[in-house]
Design a protein around this ligand. Structure first.
Ligand SMILES: Cc1cc2nc3c(=O)[nH]c(=O)nc-3n(C[C@H](O)[C@H](O)[C@H](O)COP(=O)(O)OP(=O)(O)OC[C@H]3O[C@@H](n4cnc5c(N)ncnc54)[C@H](O)[C@@H]3O)c2cc1C
Ligand code: HEM
Length: 411
């Protein structure tokens, strides 16, 4: 247990550390990777370059430090990160490495202001926070390995089938090389894949949501090709998967993880809202509800530039013809002629509160939201304007997590 004195020191220094947060985390990563280049095998280099991961890890340490005398308050946030850590294969020994370089960075950046008392207090607090993560992750490792069809770490899967779903999205059907059973999962969960493309010095790990209902002989992921632009390179792994991973190729996978999952306990209507490739968890949730003959009302709302980039449209249309409890509506920002001729567009432009009010049949529903950060920020606000209760909106980021809540502590 930390002493009251230590807790007081931590709480009084969090604001100062936050002010220097960026400098501390930049220094932390630089020195840690210089001493432990093997960690570059697990960190996402693109997230590093854009500073997204730095902010996520450091913010969480500060938020945890603020709640140091009541860590129970942030356990849900810790669990979410722990899912990601488990999926990446983070081990307890690595917490000691992170702790050493974080503390050193605090010392180097704050200089004389970092007294021995402050450094000792932060060392003790980091250990308490790290122990909370390690404990939760150890439980998750055990569950992942001991479940039926489960496994520890990464397992070889063969690409059984590769299907183009739209101009930019391709599905990969993955079956275990060992031919043994594979673990079930909850719709909305993701797997991590580990790949070392030719010419890369380090392995690359990326998360992909399982895009079909569970309990099939395969896992399906549906990947968008990240094309890049004048200001940024194309995505490393999504392009590699499209261009170099063929039927018969092997990929390493860790067992399903994640806490963005469909709540089937309550029989409330469900509204699935996605933008672009953010529809993968929605397709998994939709297929699960339909295949289990769940009769609740399901509203499927999807935003895409047009029908060319829109994946799974025929599939969802077919299901909505066969199941009267499913209604699907699409918003296209740049519809092409065939979209307009076939009257497949229900709205041109963005999803807004006025339109949401028209298409959502029962406001008292569970909402699941996924898409780009900009899409999610916008739709979240519009849903609130529509009258949806904030705690009914569940969401997933396809990158380092953030919060959409208005008065957020960024947990
Ligand atoms: C829980 C979760 C679920 C996910 N599910 C899916 C899914 O179902 N389908 C899917 O397609 N994706 C999904 N993703 C996203 C996926 O994990 C990858 O992030 C995505 O495929 C991009 O990876 P990449 O290697 O192609 O791009 P990266 O090389 O990682 O680059 C990512 C982005 O950063 C940009 N970038 C790279 N370097 C720089 C630089 N120096 N400066 C500026 N910009 C740069 C790239 O242009 C690209 O847009 C999910 C992510 C998470 C966290
Ligand atoms: C108490 C210590 C730690 C805290 C508070 C912490 C916090 C976080 C947070 C908030 C995220 C973002 C989660 C998300 O993407 O949704 C994250 C991701 C990650 N963490 Fe940790 N972490 C800690 C320890 C570690 C350790 C010890 C390692 C291994 C050396 C590690 C490696 C990673 C990696 C590789 C990612 C994903 C990064 C990416 O792909 O961009 N973390 N962590």
């Amino acid at each position: 247990m930390l002493s009251q004195q230590t807790i007081a020191v931590i709480k009084s220094t969090v604001p100062a550390l936050e002010v220097h947060g960026e400098a501390i985390t930049r220094h932390f990563y630089q020195t840690m990777f210089a001493a432990h280049p093997e960690l570059l095998n697990i960190f996402n280099h693109a997230n590093q370059k854009q500073g997204r991961q730095q902010a996520a890890l450091a913010n969480m340490v500060y938020v945890a430090a603020l709640h140091i005398d009541n860590l129970a308050a942030i356990i849900p946030a810790v669990r979410q990160v722990a899912h990601k850590h488990r999926s990446l294969g983070i081990v307890p020994e690595q917490y000691a490495i992170v702790g050493t370089y974080l503390l050193q960075a605090i010392k180097d950046v704050l200089g004389d202001a970092a007294t021995d008392e402050i450094l000792t207090a932060w060392g003790d607090a980091y250990q308490v926070i790290a122990d909370a993560f390690i404990g939760i992750e150890q439980d998750m490792y055990k569950k992942a390995a001991n479940q039926t069809g489960g496994w520890d770490g990464f397992r070889n899967f063969k690409v059984a089938k590769k299907v183009q779903e739209s101009e930019v999205i391709t599905s990969f059907y993955l079956m275990p090389e060992d031919g043994k059973p594979i673990a079930s999962y909850q719709p909305g969960q993701y797997i991590s894949i580990r790949i070392q493309p030719d010419g890369q010095d380090f392995t690359q790990i990326r998360q992909y949501t399982l895009s079909d209902a569970p309990d099939k002989p395969y896992y399906r992921i549906s990947v968008k090709r990240e094309l890049g632009g004048s200001d940024r390179p194309g995505g490393l792994i999504s392009n590699y998967l499209h261009d170099h991973i063929a039927e018969g190729s092997l990929i390493e996978l860790s067992a399903p993880a994640g806490d963005f999952t469909l709540d089937t306990e309550v029989a409330r209507p469900v509204v699935l809202v996605s933008g672009g490739v953010g529809l993968t968890p929605m397709i998994s949730m939709l297929n699960t509800l339909i295949e289990s003959n769940d009769r609740r009302s399901i509203t499927f709302l999807h935003a895409s530039p047009n029908g060319i980039s829109h994946a799974f449209r025929d599939h969802v249309n077919q299901l909505s013809q066969e199941h009267s409890n499913l209604k699907a509506y699409y918003c296209y920002t740049a519809p092409v002629d065939s979209d307009l001729e076939n009257k497949l567009v229900y709205k041109q432009g963005y999803m807004d509160a006025a339109w949401l009010r028209q298409v959502i049949q029962e406001l008292d529903a569970n909402y699941y939201l996924c898409g780009s950060v900009a899409f999610m920020r916008s739709v979240y606000t519009e849903l609130l304007l529509t009258g949806v209760a904030e705690d009914r909106i569940h969401y997933e980021f396809f990158g380092p997590k953030a919060s959409l809540a208005a008065a957020s502590e960024n947990v």
